[in-house]
Design a protein around this ligand. Structure first.
Ligand SMILES: *Cc1c(COP(=O)(O)O)cnc(C)c1O
Length: 419
């Protein structure tokens, strides 16, 4: 393994940690090359919604690959993209009339930011300031790092990051400070506010209320500040509803979707925009054209996978599976929360999170120690600092969830004995 030329993401090769090889995956299980079976309790980094290798998605990919694999999307179109766009229009907020394709969560956010700035410039009233929330995460490119939390992840690149206005996370009983800061930023003529609705993922699975989300949207609307919902993680049922925004009755001006769009099988992203954002770029000449594209924009194979995902949502009892998983997560978490080392247990939809012991930085060694212990016990969990979260695929069985929580309890007991 150490002879591999691969440079892995978020991996310090100098630590010599093992890098297991996965040969096959099915439902919530990973089958390793060495014969072990691992429970995927984080949906392969939050993307796998229905389960690995869903037969309908796999079949759609195979059929499309044999028919039309790739085609330039600037000035050309194809049936899977058209079908997907119409399908998204049917289930996403009514005001989002336009669908722009890209390839990842990060690019969907870059596109959203460019749309927002283009909107103001093309209207002849340039606004440039972007408002963000403390602890937010929107991707790892320079633009998305600029609107995300600053820290150990991006210190080396800080000179390249653009300036933003950051408002505090709406901690319980301190929501007003967040709303006041947003109001002030909007009054100063902010171009857009970007936020992860109801739960900040990479920032530590921090959950806040739907009333606050609704109020933030209202404040933006009253000042014309565009409201960008980054539902890259929260979309596709993660928080219990198709979109987290639904729980607050919020219709964003711009919506970012990626993880879960193809059921987690293949990369694809969309940025959906309101008619006003689209119309600001619409003209009888090329002057206001939206200058963004990548080679694989709206790749037909990926679009076919996403169409199969929409079919699954339409025809299979997805909402029931999510409700059942949420209920099971709630029961397991309530039980685990009695352990003296567990702090701040929190839950939304299919996500359960808690802190182990007291706050520690991302670079403390608790996270890698726990990661290694989970791996030795054949459970894929990847703590964020001392925050452990369970975010499994919707097909996860009661027995599999029991095994995950039993492992968490065992690891907590080892950590407790060693502190
Ligand atoms: C993962 C994530 C992104 C980035 O998506 P990638 O596909 O990894 O580029 C953006 N926003 C949120 C909220 C995410 O969780």
């Amino acid at each position: 393994m150490s002879h591999s030329p691969i440079w892995h993401p978020f991996t310090q090769h100098g630590l010599g940690e093992p890098i297991p090889e996965v040969a096959r995956a099915e439902d919530a299980e990973l089958h390793l090359a060495d014969g072990a079976t691992v429970i995927d309790a984080i949906s392969s980094w939050w993307v796998t919604t229905h389960g690995h290798a869903h037969p309908r998605i796999a079949a759609a990919i195979a059929e499309q690959a044999a028919r039309l694999d790739q085609i330039i999307f600037a000035g050309w179109t194809h049936e899977p993209a058209e079908r997907l766009a119409v399908g998204l229009r049917a289930i996403m907020p009514d005001n989002l009339t336009r669908v722009f394709f890209s390839d990842s969560g990060s690019t969907s956010v870059e596109v959203a930011l460019k749309m927002a700035l283009g909107y103001w410039r093309n209207r002849g009233e340039p606004r440039e300031r972007i408002v963000v929330m403390d602890n937010g995460y929107h991707g790892d490119t320079i633009g998305t790092m600029s609107v995300g939390a600053r820290g150990a992840f991006n210190r080396a690149y800080e000179p390249l990051l653009f300036d933003v206005t950051s408002i505090p996370f709406p901690h319980e009983d301190a929501e007003q400070a967040t709303l006041d800061a947003l109001e002030a930023a909007c009054r100063d003529g902010a171009a857009a506010f970007i936020v992860e609705p109801l739960v900040l993922g990479a920032g530590g699975m921090l959950v806040y209320g739907a009333e606050t989300l609704a109020e933030m949207r209202r404040i933006c609307a009253s000042h014309g500040t565009l409201f960008i919902a980054d539902e890259v993680m929260t979309g596709w049922g993660r928080t219990g509803t198709l979109l987290a925004c639904e729980q607050a009755g919020v219709e964003p001006d711009i919506l970012c979707l990626s993880k879960g769009l193809t059921g987690g099988a293949i990369p694809l992203a969309v940025t959906m925009a309101s008619e006003a954002v689209y119309q600001a770029h619409y003209a009888p000449d090329r002057s206001r054209m939206f200058f963004h594209s990548s080679s694989y924009t709206a790749n037909p194979i990926a679009c076919a996978a996403a169409c199969a995902n929409l079919d699954i949502w339409r025809e299979e009892p997805v909402a029931e599976r999510i409700a059942l998983l949420a209920e099971r997560q709630a029961a397991r978490l309530a039980d685990l929360a009695r352990h003296p080392l567990i702090r701040n247990p929190r839950r939304i939809g299919t996500i359960a999170a808690f802190d182990v012991g007291d706050a520690q930085g991302y670079l403390s060694d608790l996270a890698p120690r726990m990661l290694a212990m989970f791996r030795e016990r054949d459970v894929l969990l990847r703590p964020l600092g001392n925050t452990v979260y369970v975010m499994p695929p919707y097909c996860t069985t009661s027995d599999q969830l029991d095994a995950v929580f039993a492992t968490v309890r065992e690891v907590c007991e080892i950590v407790e004995r060693s502190t």
